[in-house]
Design a protein around this ligand. Structure first.
Ligand code: HEM
Ligand code: HEM
Length: 126
């Protein structure tokens, strides 16, 4: 990955769009049982990834091994968590949601570490 902000924003846009279509489907059908899966796909995939991309753009970080792993965990985690919560809420296995949660948590922990290692400085990127 050599343009992390772009990857974050483009994937965020696509996941946000998918989450909105899912919301429309719930609203249209009147079946809101996938509310939690829709909420997490949107909040982790759309909002979370956009925030990660914004931070990387602000500190001028376009390529980094650790940040690439962080973004990879965030993308895969949000998708797997969204799908996994839906499966769990329909009475299926919880294992997929748990794997997604752990990847999401790993992404959150790596991101926290990166903010300490590469803090946002006044005037950086703006
Ligand atoms: C076209 C766009 C969207 C539609 C049609 C839509 C539709 C819905 C529907 C029908 C529900 C279930 C409401 C309920 O039963 O209480 C819901 C819940 C939710 N949606 Fe969306 N949604 C959209 C976009 C978004 C976006 C962009 C986000 C976040 C960035 C979001 C976050 C949530 C959350 C957090 C809940 C759960 C609320 C709760 O806990 O009661 N939605 N949405
Ligand atoms: C590893 C990460 C996370 C885990 C394991 C997790 C887990 C959960 C669980 C178990 C619930 C209750 C769902 C239910 O009652 O059916 C929930 C609800 C909720 N979570 Fe998360 N969450 C995570 C991250 C986040 C993040 C980062 C956000 C916001 C940016 C968020 C926003 C919400 C909201 C708005 C609700 C209430 C709507 C709903 O019922 O789904 N969560 N979460």
């Amino acid at each position: 990955m050599n343009n992390l902000p772009r990857i974050c924003w483009t994937v965020s846009a696509c996941l946000g769009l998918a989450g909105m279509v899912w919301g429309m489907q719930m609203a249209g059908s009147g079946d809101h049982s996938n509310l939690a899966a829709h909420a997490h796909l949107n909040l982790l995939g759309w909002v979370g990834l956009a925030l990660y991309g914004t931070y990387y753009r602000l500190i001028g970080l376009t390529r980094s091994r650790v940040a690439s792993i962080q973004v990879g965990c965030a993308i895969v985690g949000s998708v797997i968590m969204g799908i996994g919560i839906a499966i769990a809420h329909q009475g299926g296995t919880e294992a997929i949601a748990i794997i997604g949660s752990l990847l999401t948590l790993a992404a959150g922990a790596l991101f926290a570490a990166i903010t300490f290692q590469r803090p946002l400085r006044i005037n950086s990127g703006l």
